[in-house]
Design a protein around this ligand. Structure first.
Ligand SMILES: NC(=O)c1ccc[n+]([C@@H]2O[C@H](COP(=O)([O-])OP(=O)(O)OC[C@H]3O[C@@H](n4cnc5c(N)ncnc54)[C@H](OP(=O)(O)O)[C@@H]3O)[C@@H](O)[C@H]2O)c1
Length: 162
């Protein structure tokens, strides 16, 4: 499985149930990386999306404990085991963990590649992931040049499990 996330300087990823910033270049990168693939998310991340429905042109899996939960375009799973059973039918590199913090923090160490957009800013997050730079199991294997949009400098980093 892969992971894709955008973080600020504090490894913040969200605020008030939504994203920290509007960075069109990162949205495009996310779309390009995940289109045609399988995406896995928590119920809160799904509900932060427009229309609270699955992302188009992707196979969506949503994890929730809520029985009878339904969302347009989504496959619902109710437990970690249910999730792992469901995604075992796909090639691991076809599956992307797309958030939020609960899922990233629980499962990032099962991911071989972490596609992390680093925004060079303090964006006042209330939701964080662990600092991957402090995890000796991951190494930065590529890093883009710095882009700038809406006053935010950012770069695309790939971490690989070693
Ligand atoms: N910067 C980024 O790239 C990025 C990406 C995605 C999300 N985000 C942000 O992250 C924030 C949301 O993160 P979050 O941590 O609050 O929520 P989340 O991870 O999206 O969803 C958490 C929910 O997932 C379900 N869940 C988690 N583990 C489960 C398990 N083992 N079994 C069954 N259900 C399970 C539970 O749903 P129930 O309560 O329904 O049981 C839980 O409340 C938002 O601010 C969002 O904008 C940022």
């Amino acid at each position: 499985m892969n992971l894709i996330v955008a973080v600020d300087n504090n490894w913040g990823i969200g605020k008030d149930g939504g994203l920290l910033a509007h960075v069109p270049g990162d949205m495009k990168y996310f779309r390009e990386m995940t289109t045609g693939k399988v995406v896995v998310m928590g119920r809160k991340t799904l509900e932060s999306m427009p229309g609270k429905k699955g992302l188009p042109n992707r196979t969506n899996y949503v994890l929730t404990t809520k029985e009878d939960y339904a969302a347009e375009g989504c496959n619902i799973v109710h437990s970690e085991q249910g999730l792992f059973d469901a995604i075992s039918q796909y090639e691991p590199d076809e599956v992307f963990l797309i958030g939020g913090a609960a899922l990233y923090n629980a499962y990032y160490n099962l991911c071989d590649k972490l596609y992390i957009t680093k925004m060079n800013a303090d964006l006042g997050a209330d939701t964080f992931i662990v600092n991957i730079d402090e995890d000796p199991d991951y190494k930065v294997t590529s890093e883009s040049e710095v882009h700038s949009e809406n006053g935010i400098d950012y770069k695309f980093c790939t971490y690989t499990k070693i």
